[in-house]
Design a binder for this molecule. Structure first.
Ligand code: SF4
Length: 321
């Protein structure tokens, strides 16, 4: 049994690169050792994601079909009614999800929307589920209002390395992202932040992204790792797919750099084989999104996930951590 490593916050990119590029079996062995030292290796947390306001976003994220700047054919919706969100959350709970993530295609929330957003958080919380929101950049006041409503997690992805960020998004900076994350952390809300692979970045960019997360004053409680799902009409619609073993290596590296963090295998699972997903779980992934849709991208159907869990002997986490 591997001794659990004390989480470090002083990782360098050179150290992380050396871990990443070692022989795969050695990397997986180290990652699995750290994983087993802190987690049940056969249990996976299930989250479900709902888009509470879709399309018409003023930001220019090159990967996103919801950006109004990407010639999207998605029409902008209004903020979903609170009762509808709660009805969807009840269904998610009945199907085994313990965390409900709600996402809005905004640069940042308008103050006029906050009362409804708070009602969604408190309503989902009252169902006995953990709550997560992704609403864009937040002011100090908005962070405090979400905390008072009972928000458990705030998702705000850094997406890629600081160096590559301007190639993907120009309407906000990497520093803006880190500033919102710091506000969320300071307010005592748990931090969910990760990135996307397959946007034309190098392996060094991916490693740099993880080092940014692993050198924050506190490691994020949750790190989603997404594979780009190329969307029609977006600048990245023709992006090349990621080598599945590069994904596995990155998850293993994330497990070693951030040994207590929940690692979520997020977008892109619908295109992954069972074997790739099995290796990702072995490397330390211990959370997934369930359901058919992730905001606007496809996700494996629940039946396929049930069959996968049965095949691998995995069980869904049933109690909140
Ligand atoms: S990723 Fe979010 S912020 Fe960026 S365009 Fe899409 S909805 Fe807007």
């Amino acid at each position: 049994m591997t001794e659990p490593a004390t989480p470090r916050h002083d990782w360098t990119e050179a150290e992380a690169a050396a871990l990443y590029h070692q022989p795969l079996m050695d990397l997986l062995w180290q990652a699995q050792g750290q994983h087993r030292a802190r987690f049940d290796p056969n249990t996976v947390q299930l989250s479900r994601l709902l888009s509470i306001k879709t399309g018409g976003c003023p930001e220019d994220c090159s990967y996103c079909s919801q950006s109004a700047r990407n010639g999207s054919t998605l029409s902008a919706s209004r903020l979903m009614a609170v009762e509808r969100v709660l009805a969807e959350a009840r269904k998610a709970k009945a199907s085994g999800a313990t965390r409900y993530c709600m996402g809005a295609a905004w640069r940042s929330p308008k103050d006029r929307d906050m009362a409804e957003v708070e009602a969604m958080v408190s309503g989902v919380k009252a169902l006995g589920m953990e709550t997560c929101m992704t609403l864009g950049m937040l002011s100090d006041d908005q962070v405090l209002r979400l905390r008072e409503a009972g928000l458990d997690y705030y998702n705000h992805n850094i997406d890629t390395s600081e160096a590559y960020y301007p190639e993907v998004i120009t309407t906000r900076s990497f520093g803006d992202r880190l500033a919102t994350l710091a506000r969320v952390r300071e307010a005592g809300i748990k931090v969910c932040t990760g990135g996307i692979l397959g946007m034309g970045e190098t392996v060094a960019d991916r490693i740099s992204m993880l080092v940014t997360l692993a050198t924050l004053p506190a490691h994020p409680e949750s790190v989603p790792i997404n594979l780009l799902m190329p969307m029609e009409n977006t600048p990245l619609s023709k992006a090349a797919p990621v080598d599945p073993l590069d994904l596995v290596r990155l998850i293993a590296l994330a497990r070693i750099l951030m040994p207590t963090t929940e690692l979520r295998l997020s977008a892109g699972r619908s295109g992954m084989s069972d074997e790739t997903q099995a290796l990702c779980f072995f490397a330390g992934a211990n959370s997934i999104f369930m359901g058919e849709k992730l905001l606007t991208a496809g996700n494996p159907e629940e039946d396929r996930d049930r069959a996968l869990f049965a095949r691998l002997g995995l069980q869904a986490e049933t109690v909140q951590p």
